[in-house]
Design a binder for this molecule. Structure first.
Ligand SMILES: NC(=O)c1ccc[n+]([C@@H]2O[C@H](COP(=O)([O-])OP(=O)(O)OC[C@H]3O[C@@H](n4cnc5c(N)ncnc54)[C@H](OP(=O)(O)O)[C@@H]3O)[C@@H](O)[C@H]2O)c1
Length: 367
């Protein structure tokens, strides 16, 4: 462990912003994880256990290829079953960690039979009758689940961004946000991790490189195009960039916020990072921003210009907080700040956000 990493790990463990929404008297719930064998699904199981989510029973579903496989849930093992239309009998809350098409089909089936669905895919994020929630920012929207029995969890790049923007907005009013991302290959699922691993080994062994998950070589390269293979929008932006803008505006309740976003895939295994320029309505100094963010739920400030302490995805990986550093004045506008953030896209950006939603749902709405 290098010096920076050691210091950061101490600061994370001392942060007061580690929080749990669960009330101590919450009754145990019958739950299911759909896509349990995938990157997000496995993280979900591990976080549910780590946070001692009150579980009356738990089911794990995946494709027929994984049926019969055993997954760890603490000291117990869960046998994976094939996802079928009748999978949801007796399930009160189901986490969906599968692709959008599958989530759309099966959330509709599960919701109809009374299961509340927490969907990690993008299938329902634009539906105005489905709440899109980051619990640190708009927990009150969870109550709107009753309209369709579905709650949507945002994109893994939008989630840490709004965690940081929301408290700064309260202080100085957001005027314009410019963000460039540095997104890890785990954001493209298990197959993205495998492709970076294989390409790196092939390069060192002088073998030909094959790209199947990403459009171009990702090893020792960066790709300004997420998701790979998808058509670009009419204005030349990508689907990921449009999602980050639309979802951030919706969660912050600022439908007209000016935003410019570029999303870039980088050869990092896990942990998304973002460089963010923020223009405010009112003055705000870097020190004020540090103080506000050091109190913000879900965020830890790792920022010491004197010792050059700053966070990287290595420190963010496996953690529950969004790490923020390099906070400085942006002198190109009247009231501007520039900052850097990094978070675990599988946890903060996906599984942890979904579990936090479930903590509020079960404590306050299903009890
Ligand atoms: N990775 C991230 O950072 C991230 C962040 C935010 C949101 N998300 C979203 O979360 C979802 C899951 O992503 P992931 O990265 O975990 O993907 P992944 O690693 O590729 O896992 C996909 C999961 O879907 C299951 N599945 C595939 N076909 C199925 C079928 N016909 N029936 C039932 N299950 C099926 C797979 O089961 P088998 O193992 O049996 O194939 C696996 O459990 C996606 O919508 C993604 O956009 C991902």
């Amino acid at each position: 462990m290098n010096k920076n990493t050691e210091q950061i790990s101490i600061e994370i463990s001392q942060s007061k912003n580690q929080f749990r929404f669960l009330k101590s008297n919450t009754r145990p719930c019958h739950i299911a994880v759909v896509g349990a064998t995938g990157m997000v699904g496995q993280e979900l199981l591990s976080i549910l256990h780590q946070r001692r989510f009150p579980v009356a029973s738990i089911k794990a579903f995946a494709s027929e290829n994984s049926a019969g496989e055993k997954l760890d849930f603490g000291d117990d093992e869960i046998v994976v079953a094939e996802l079928k239309p009748d999978s949801f009998a007796g399930v009160e809350v189901a986490f969906f960690a599968v692709d959008g098409d599958l989530a759309k089909t099966y959330c509709a089936i599960a919701a109809k039979s009374g299961t509340v669905c927490i969907d990690k895919s993008s299938a329902h994020r634009k539906d105005t009758d489905v709440p899109l929630v980051v619990p640190e920012v708009n927990p009150e929207d969870i109550a709107l689940y009753k309209k369709r029995n579905i709650i949507s969890s945002p994109n893994c790049t939008a989630t840490p961004l709004v965690q940081v923007l929301a408290p700064l907005h309260k202080k100085a009013g957001l005027k314009r946000v410019v963000m460039s991302s540095y997104q890890a290959v785990s954001g493209a699922g298990q197959s993205g991790m495998e492709e970076l691993n294989k390409q790196t080994r092939d390069l060192f062994n002088m073998r030909d490189i094959e790209s199947t998950v990403f459009e171009n070589r990702i090893a020792f390269n960066v790709l300004p195009c997420i998701p790979a293979g998808a058509d670009w929008l009419a204005d030349g932006s990508t689907d990921e960039e449009a999602k980050v803008i639309e979802e951030s505006r919706r969660i912050l309740g600022l439908p007209h916020l000016k935003m410019a976003v570029t999303c870039v895939r980088v050869p990092v295994f896990n942990g998304h990072s973002e460089s963010v320029n923020i223009e405010f309505e009112k003055p705000i100094s870097p020190q004020e921003a540090r103080e506000i963010l050091s109190q913000a739920p879900g965020v830890v400030v790792i920022d010491d210009p004197k010792t050059k302490l700053y966070p990287t995805p290595i420190e963010a990986s496996g953690e529950d907080l969004t790490l923020v550093g390099r906070i400085r004045q942006d002198t190109s506008v009247a009231h501007g700040l520039t900052l850097w953030l990094t978070s675990d896209n599988l946890r903060t950006g996906a599984a942890l956000n979904a579990v936090r939603i479930a903590e509020i749902l079960c404590s306050e709405h299903l009890s």
